[in-house]
Write a protein that binds this ligand. Structure first.
Ligand SMILES: [Cu+2]
Length: 165
């Protein structure tokens, strides 16, 4: 009885809550992480970063750090005075605004000599979490109607089951 009600609730949530509201976490350097002599510009090429996504810098704590700098700081491999370094070894950087973003390692010559520098372009969030039922939106969202319909059917079955039990 109680499990049926839980099932109904879950099915209704699945039917009406958009699935992909969450942003993407980008592991910088993939399995190599944030390290020496990796081509981060090549890594970023072809990837699309959107507002709401996160960059995750993984490295051994104390070996590297992450400085968020501007274009000049990127060219010069130096943050402005007072730049606070991220240094936990598992730094999550939310991409909260669109535009060009630059990150460097501030440890000795890791940026200048060992290529620890990343530049990306963050795109504005395009997909609306609740698409309006206009014609183009409906055709674009066509693929997601079937699973929602399925969840709705399951919810109806759940209600029937709850009534019977
Ligand atoms: Cu470093």
């Amino acid at each position: 009885m109680a499990s049926s009600i839980i099932f109904v609730t879950l099915a209704l949530v699945a039917a009406f809550v958009p699935v992909s509201v969450m942003g993407t976490d980008f592991m910088v350097g993939d399995d190599k992480g944030w390290t020496l002599d990796f081509d981060y510009l090549a890594w970023a090429e072809g990837k699309q970063f959107y507002v709401g996504d996160n960059l995750v810098f993984m490295y051994s704590e104390g070996v590297h750090n992450v400085l968020k700098v501007n274009g000049t700081g990127f060219q010069q491999c130096a943050g402005p005075a007072g730049t606070v370094a991220l240094a936990t070894g598992n730094d999550v950087v939310p991409l909260s605004t669109p535009g060009r973003k630059w990150y460097i390692c501030g440890v000795t010559t890791h940026c200048a000599a060992r290529n620890m520098k990343l530049a990306i372009t963050v795109l504005p969030k395009t997909a609306s979490p609740t698409p309006a039922p206009t014609a183009p939106e409906v055709s674009a969202a066509g693929g997601s109607i079937a699973p929602r319909f399925y969840a709705l059917i399951m919810a109806i079955f759940g209600i029937i089951a709850a009534v019977i039990v």
